[in-house]
Ligand binder design. Sequence first.
Ligand SMILES: Nc1ncnc2c1ncn2[C@@H]1O[C@H](COP(=O)(O)OP(=O)(O)O)[C@@H](O)[C@H]1O
Ligand SMILES: [Mg+2]
Length: 250
Amino acid sequence: MNLLQTTKLTKHFGETHAVDGVDFTVNEGEVLALIGSNGAGKTSLVNVVSGLLRPDSGSIVFRGADVTDLSVHDRIHAGIARSFQLVNLFDQLTLLDNVALSIFSREDLTRKLLALADHHRAVWEEAFEILRQFGLAVSATQLAGGISQGERKLLDVAIAFALRPRLLFLDEPTSGVSTREKAPIMDVITSVVRSNNITAVIIEHDMDVVFKYSDRIVAMHQGSILASGTPDEIRRNEAVTTNLLGAAHA
Ligand SMILES: Nc1ncnc2c1ncn2[C@@H]1O[C@H](COP(=O)(O)OP(=O)(O)O)[C@@H](O)[C@H]1O
Ligand SMILES: [Mg+2]
């Protein structure tokens, strides 16, 4: 079933056609890898769908409702969340606090500080449970500023996950970590996503990771969708091989 559908979605920055009339479909329950060389428009597409950027034209339908004009906040409430390529943590807070803050914002409690105390316990229990799912519970009371790069990447995903989205966008969740660390990170992310019935769109450069972990792959090139298919189909797709895989291995 269609969870998300964009139609002729367009975002230009001056002469740059970052997103150029894109019809992008995400099916319920899939782990979709969004690939493409630097500057292909992947982050811009995610920015427009998650509401960080307004499209120039086109529409975004999520679960049958047009969300094109919703704010980021309303989109999160509708069920769309995202993480960032460069992690966005509060280094002076513990891992537990970082996740708890995300839960508080989800529940709109940061607007009503007095209500915080009432929800205190349930929120911290939920935050701890989320850290446990991500394998971070042992570090729960450490400051986020002191953990490894791999743990930071996982914590960033955990923070987005704490918003309890139906559709989660992850922008390069393994960027900046060593090749050796990528598989354990992806193992954790995909197992949490699948066991919670979350649909995920993962932007990823490492093609070994893409082929191993995704159900479907969408390849972007110069603001347009070049190809879409199963890992096997994409591996054999000539346009992808010429424009992307060749370049990636050059
Ligand atoms: N805020 C912005 N202002 C101007 N140009 C931008 C901005 N964001 C992205 N671009 C340009 O849009 C194109 C697509 O960028 P991006 O979506 O970041 O690609 P990707 O994530 O696939 O590497 C690039 O040419 C980039 O320089
Ligand atoms: Mg990007």
